[in-house]
Design a protein around this ligand. Sequence first.
Ligand code: DGJ
Length: 705
Amino acid sequence: MKESVVHLQGNTSDLIIQTHPVVEILYWGDKISGVEATAIQAVKRAVPNGRLDVDTPVTISPEHGRGVFSSPGMEGNRQGLDWSPVFEFQAIQQDGNHLLITTEDQIAGLKMVCELKLDSQTDVLQVRNTLTNLKSATYQVDRLAVTLPLPERADELMAFHGRWVREFQPHRLKVKHGGYQQENRRGRTSHEYFPGFMQGTTSFSEQQGEVWGFHLAWSGNHRLRSDVKTDGRRFVQAEALYFSGEITLSEGESISTPWVYAAYSAQGLNGMSHAFHQFVRKQIIQFPDHKPRPVHLNTWEGIYFDHDPEYIMQMASRAAELGVERFIIDDGWFKSRNNDLAALGDWYLDTNKYPNGLEPVVAHVRNLGMEFGIWFEPEMINPDSDLFRAHPDWLLALDGYQQPTGRYQYVLDLQKPQVFDYLLERLDTMLGRYDIAYVKWDMNREVVQPGHDGYAALDGQTKALYDLFDELRQRHPKVEFESCASGGGRIDYEILKRTHRFWTSDNNDALERQQIQRGMSYFFPPEVMGSHIGGRHCHCTRRTHSIGFRGLTALFGHMGVELDPVKESAEERAGFTHYIALHKQLRPLLHSGKVVRIDHHDPALQINGVIAQDQSSAVFLFSQLAMPTYTLSGNARLAGLDPTKHYRLTVLDQPASMRTGGVMKKLPLWLDEEMTLSGAWLAKAGIALPVLDPESALLIKLDAM
Ligand code: DGJ
């Protein structure tokens, strides 16, 4: 069969894929103009001595049967047979930049369809593979991955590790031989391994180098790998991780990989983030309306389980005075929930705590002009609950085993229709009965032995969770949901299609948050990143931070406060009011602009900003995370503005200690005198930085003249 290629064209990137005789991505990178039909002849590989006698293509689902000795694109068998399929091209459907490529192995009785879309505006590439069993005997699928090739020069990788209260910690490694693999078997997206990473040219940075970024949009178990073949070729694989026997296909049945979202950038990590953020804004998040993201007050760190409606109403009054726009009562409102030992599953109001019902609280919050939100943890059940006493068999578990509890709770089996219906009824009733605009949906444990009818069922559990969200959202389209899993344990694009915000971390310490939020910012735009001003004394780390550092750290996300405003001093409350007002003033820019992280020679100083899409204005935050490494902090080179325009520099917020602490005898002039600078100067020469105390921050704004 004659060779054939398809050229998908983005705005800044291109993807060229050969469809037959084998389906192989030949090029994915910077835009190429003028591609002649014969150009692919130029990249035909040599066949060296000492190997197989033919070229061995890394197809969209690499096959051992074609002589590829690295990780195949799928693994499975039919009672030991049909274990090494080779997929031959069958058909292609093209609609602009959207391709459906069908391949088949008629001997093994398997069909593989690869679906690819390159978004021509944002340059985000979307890929998934679907495998179908064509024979009458059942086929067991052990692995099914999306495979994307990378050029040999992409020899450095940046991924994330983490844990509860320490999510999104980046780490980097050289990938010269062998490769990298991360696996998550915790049953939720996980704090430990965010399902995404970036690979790029040597020493790629925020602003420089070529970078290819990948995200597997999946809230269950996953495996990501980056392989270096012994011939130097590289590829990335992303897949849902299945337990043994978890996926079996009867004749005609199919299984699809989750969507993989990928982006190429010739402008370092910032270019990649820009692509992902714009894509998320356009295609992933579905806000019920276009209003600004309301400022929250969440009661958790203020009162924990101690719910007294009269007191909560006082909190709400104080919250409204601060400028809060949405008031959320967290854990503790339902029957017998006095600590974390009991009651999960019993989603009925605790009438001992709320003898007059929830209505007066909701009405009070609404009368103050705020939206009302409430906490649920639907997937969970405590052994000490009425639900468990009535239905001990509703667990996601394996009969005959005693699985460990996590936070004293078990997971419900959402694939049992009775469980699904019970949760749907409870949430539906609550949302129908009260004027609830917002649900904080929590998930506080990892999943052990997820068994349904004896079989491994994490894949099914994850899909049933999506179904539950989908059904609720259809019934209550105006309600917004937050995805929380002990903080940042369930942050991914697939859950984001059904939710509107993430609780980024249970760690509200501003210093820790600086790092966590930066990590999250690679893939997620600020408006979905829940960032709250916590109390002066952080519950999690016992560190103490000034209101300035806490306020500025929370400013750049979807802002809120997480404390008891009744108990806070007048001075602290003035601080919250100030930063909430500042956030509201900047919110249109922060929640629509281009996020930039600035390369700086001293890692003790972190610089990030948001630039308006039309380059008319920008805000930059200088956060001193540790003692400056040198006696001076050098210049901040603020790239990304229009080089031909002039910008007025305004200092919006500065640490009190900068002028009183005796760190500097003389401040950089722009801190006290009005200054106008060109976009070119700001990018190339920059502005001299003051010397800041550790754990303090400074905010500036630039406005085009
Ligand atoms: C974990 C969440 O991350 C917290 O914000 C809070 O909602 C608690 N659960 C409540 O149990």
